[in-house]
Design a protein around this ligand. Structure first.
Ligand SMILES: [Zn+2]
Length: 279
């Protein structure tokens, strides 16, 4: 049995399972105290013995096992978390081999192995909600190097602004996240009706970002989830807009919603543990 932890901006999920199935889980607020979060995780796994643990975390984080700050959370606006040694806090409490990556890389792994990416070797997983994040698996390997990808902060043409990212304004997240969409429409994104033309502009922005991702990574498939990313109103426009943008120069990757839904991240964390088991 394996342990999977997904730490998100607001909630954390701990799960026990294997082969893409979750047998037990618990969920609590991520909060502002990393020590207390690690205590809560350890308490759950004390009752559920596991042989390895996989962690998929919000970022930015350090995913490089050769770095002295491997498993740390980096500079973040989230109170209490800048510099937190999340993996170290867990290792001090739960004595099993551990591996970590970003929440979106974990989701990409979960979908590749057990969801909408089964049978493929290269895919990108995108979540669009309060923020935008992207993870990737290329030829079966998680894409992370000295840093992990921050696809949501790629810059896009400025004509679609104004963007709301406090760091870059008109990055993808600044333009097409929930707050970005609300800044253009004046109403919360989740309240915008499916037939509102706001979704066409939203789909155009997303298609531009998918164009860039396709040109750089050439994935076989792009899976798009999250509160906004899963909306039918977005998906019905995306394939044609991506084809149009790539203009026949490259074939478009197939686009899908996550099959594992909100479980993609935690199933991915379990899969990371499974791949990292001793022996
Ligand atoms: Zn940004």
């Amino acid at each position: 049995m394996y342990a999977g932890i997904e730490t998100g901006g607001t909630k954390t999920v701990c799960a026990v399972g294997s082969e893409g199935r979750v047998f037990a889980r618990v969920q609590f607020p991520t909060g502002t105290d990393p020590e207390s979060l690690a205590d809560q995780c350890a308490e759950f796994f004390a009752d559920h013995p596991v042989t390895a643990l996989g962690l998929g975390t919000f970022g930015p984080c350090d995913p490089d096992p050769d770095s002295p700050t491997y498993g740390h959370i980096l500079q973040t606006p989230k109170p209490g978390w800048t510099g937190a040694d999340l993996l170290g806090l867990l290792s001090a409490r739960i004595a099993v081999p551990m591996a970590m990556t970003t929440d979106v890389n974990a989701a990409a792994l979960g979908e590749l192995r057990y969801g909408a990416g089964r049978g493929l070797h290269s895919l990108v997983y995108i979540t669009i909600g309060t923020g935008i994040g992207g993870g990737a698996i290329i030829r079966g390997r998680l894409l992370q190097a000295g840093q992990h990808p921050e696809m949501g902060h790629m810059l896009l043409p400025q004509s679609t602004g104004p963007g709301v990212c406090p760091y870059h304004r008109n990055c993808w997240e600044g333009l097409a996240s929930g707050p970005g969409m609300q800044a253009r429409s004046g109403v919360p994104a989740q309240d915008i009706a499916d037939d509102d033309p706001a979704w066409i502009l939203e789909a155009q922005i997303v298609a531009t970002a998918l164009h860039n991702i396709t040109c750089i990574l050439g994935p076989q498939r792009i899976i798009i989830g999250g509160g906004l990313g899963s909306r039918k109103a977005l998906h019905e426009h995306l394939p044609a807009l991506l084809d149009e943008s790539l203009a026949g120069y490259l074939p478009s990757p197939s686009l899908r919603v996550p099959e594992l839904g909100g479980d993609a991240g935690v199933v991915g964390a379990l899969t990371l543990a499974q791949d990292h088991r001793p022996g």
